[in-house]
Design a protein around this ligand. Sequence first.
Ligand code: NAP
Length: 389
Amino acid sequence: MAMPGTEGQPLRVAIVGSGPGGFYAAEALLESGLQVEIDLIERLPVPFGLVRFGVAPDHAKLKSVTTVFTQIAEDPRLRFFGNVEVGRDVSVRQLGAFYHAVIVATGAAGDRRLGIAGEHLPGVHAAGDFVGWYNGRPECADLEFDLQQEVAVVIGQGNVAIDVCRILASPVDALRRTDIAAHALDALARSRVREIHLVGRRGPVQAKFTPKELRELGTLPGWQPRVDPAALVLNDASQAELTMPGFVHAPRNLDILRGFAQTPTDDGRRALHLHFHRAPVALSGATRVERIELEAQALSGEPGAQSAAPTGERLSLPAGLVLRSVGYRGTPLPGLPFDLVRGALPHRDGRVIDTGGKVLRGWYATGWIKRGPTGVIGTNRADSVDTVA
Ligand code: NAP
């Protein structure tokens, strides 16, 4: 019998998930020189995953990658099956029996929790749900976010945290020109949010956001970013990190934050406070969230590995709406192993492995479900090329 991937015996591959990881895996297979037949299986009725439902609506340029994905989808060797959920409509066992190879590219649809008192209170939400809501993600369409509250607190200092702050503070007329979901636009048009607190447990050098996104916070009409200059004083280890490879964005972030810190306070604009060295320790309220307790943090450890530890000093803030933006998390596929600590599929060089480290023949992973929720859309291209190789 001919080898799969040769004339008359195409390599049949299922790709589960049609976000960036899935599409880039399809592209790499189509360009591999092998005879391939690809079935792209998607839980939602429509493709593009995080590009469609995660990227902020006012970042249209980032979404233009769907043009590339559409070209990939037009290849006759690829079929798209929307509204098909692995574990509900088709099992892992069936996929393993029908295809030579299955590439799992399901991303990270879950969210990490803070693990603090009061997290269950109404008014406390995962930022990912808010993102899904304003992007029209079907399962988030009926969620309700109380934008009649005047003070919103966003926890975490990555780009998702910045996205949600910017959407909360953007003029509705600017959002009207985007593809934001109509229900979100209506609610944002009636928003009474006048104060936003963006809270990070470590310092400005360790913050995960990128300069372009941070700079945008300074361009929101009617809003003034505010930073306490004392929070920008660096310890020796943070100073050393500024020249380390893992901190390429830190020097520019620091410049932008120093600019924010110089703006005279209270010029009549609404305040967007950026807090550093503050970790949430409790949320409280009678029937819904009303306050958040923050505890001051001090950094310690070697450059590149500094962690935050409480100093004992506390700060209590009013908080009518709390969005925790502390990272996404992959969800298991029934029938496949799962690494609960990383929230991702255990793998070796892209091959799924079991708890004993043994390769599951024919099963592969790419994208966030493989390496965890880090990197930009383009990062998934190299990742998928590696897995397919
Ligand atoms: P992220 O970049 O990993 O940021 C997570 C943040 O949560 C970090 O500041 C982290 O602080 C903090 N955190 C984690 N656990 C916490 C806790 N228990 N208490 C307080 N803070 C906690 O994740 P993300 O913002 O969800 O973004 C995911 C990926 O998508 C990133 O690669 C991001 O760049 C990308 N993205 C890109 C764009 C864009 O290009 N415009 C937009 C959105 C997302 P520590 O560092 O101290 O852990």
